[in-house]
Ligand binder design. Structure first.
Ligand code: UDP
Ligand code: MG
Length: 314
């Protein structure tokens, strides 16, 4: 019998978990020809999440969990899931039921047909603001243009991966992770499945715009260290001032029909070249930060407990 591992990163999800478990139980009951492993990654939750998971594990041996020593973020929780999964394929799912478990039989069907990476594409995004929808759309556009890898638009992390994709991802140990571009990077036979993304069942989103912008920047430059980014930020007002002053000088020249003054030209040139220089510093800083991060070579996460056993880090 083939085994399916469902990886669920959970951070303060005590309100969602009972609903989630109920829906998953129903699903597993309807797919009798498969063995299941439900692998929770408790990402340093401060609420009752871990105790709930332990309770479920006591009555249901299909439940496994990895308990992080603190909050490491969803991306890292996902790689931990990949490391600990024992199934022939894995499915990533959010704990808040925004990804309907009822779609899983369809994902599995395509897997059985020979697809290695079956990803769910959002038809609609209920319960999300237009601003989030808009920024996400623009982000995909930019990412697509800057990287040469095709990135699937409107696709979250809800997807099924065959064992060999899992093993491939295991080899990618970089610390600033953005799974979406990694899924694209590994390649293999991909299949798209459309679905309606539901609103979160309970609790609040763990994302805010700062987190999203950070993730977005990481996706584009792959890696970054924030202080080195200051230079990039400074270049933006410089270019804005340059632009405004440029328009002003040109307009004044036209209106008063005089030639451009020497001092005006000098100001424009200074603004232009200092803007470029600051920007280039910023770019160098981005790569420097990347080398800095990788050279540390730290473990990506630390586990407190795996299925009730203390992790000794030996
Ligand atoms: N999550 C996590 N660690 C974090 C933040 C979020 O493991 O630091 C989990 C969270 O429990 C959920 C999933 O990642 O299962 C998606 O988070 P959320 O629903 O808050 O994001 P959104 O759906 O709003 O993008
Ligand atoms: Mg959510």
């Amino acid at each position: 019998m083939k085994k399916i591992t469902i990886i669920i990163p959970a951070y303060n999800e005590e309100e969602s978990l009972p609903h989630l478990y109920e829906r998953l139980e129903k699903l597993m009951g309807s797919m009798k020809h498969y063995e299941f492993e439900i692998l929770f990654i408790n990402d340093g939750s401060k609420d009752n999440t871990i105790n709930l998971i332990k309770e479920y594990r006591q009555k249901d041996n299909r439940i496994s969990y990895v308990d992080f020593s603190r909050n490491f973020g969803k991306e890292i929780a996902m790689i931990a899931g990949i490391d600990y999964a024992t199934g022939d394929c894995v499915i990533f799912m959010d704990a808040d039921l925004q990804d309907p478990p009822e779609l899983i039989p369809e994902l599995v069907k395509y897997w059985e047909e020979g697809y290695d990476d079956v990803y769910a594409k959002r038809n609609s995004r209920k319960g999300e603001t237009w601003l989030k929808k808009f920024t996400s759309k623009m982000y995909y556009r930019v990412l697509q243009h800057l990287t040469n890898i095709p990135i699937q638009e409107d696709t979250g992390d809800f997807r099924l991966l065959d064992r060999r994709c899992v093993n491939a991802l295991k080899k990618m140990r970089e610390s600033q992770r953005q799974s979406k571009s990694m899924f694209s990077w590994i390649g293999y036979k991909k299949k798209e499945v459309l679905y309606d993304r539901d609103p979160r069942i309970a609790g609040k989103t763990k994302w805010n715009y700062k987190k999203l912008v950070d993730l977005a920047i990481d996706g584009i430059t792959s890696f970054t260290t924030s202080p080195l980014r200051i230079s990039t930020y400074i270049s933006i007002p410089t270019f804005v001032v340059l632009f405004v002053y440029f328009v002003y000088v040109i307009a004044k020249c036209i209106v008063t029909s005089t030639a451009i003054q020497a001092y005006q030209a000098i100001i424009l040139l200074i603004l232009f070249f200092s803007g470029i220089q600051i920007l280039l510093f910023g770019i160098v800083g981005e790569y420097l930060g990347r080398i800095f991060n990788e050279s540390k070579n730290r473990p990506l996460y630390l586990v407190n407990e795996y299925n009730g056993e203390k992790e000794m880090n030996d």
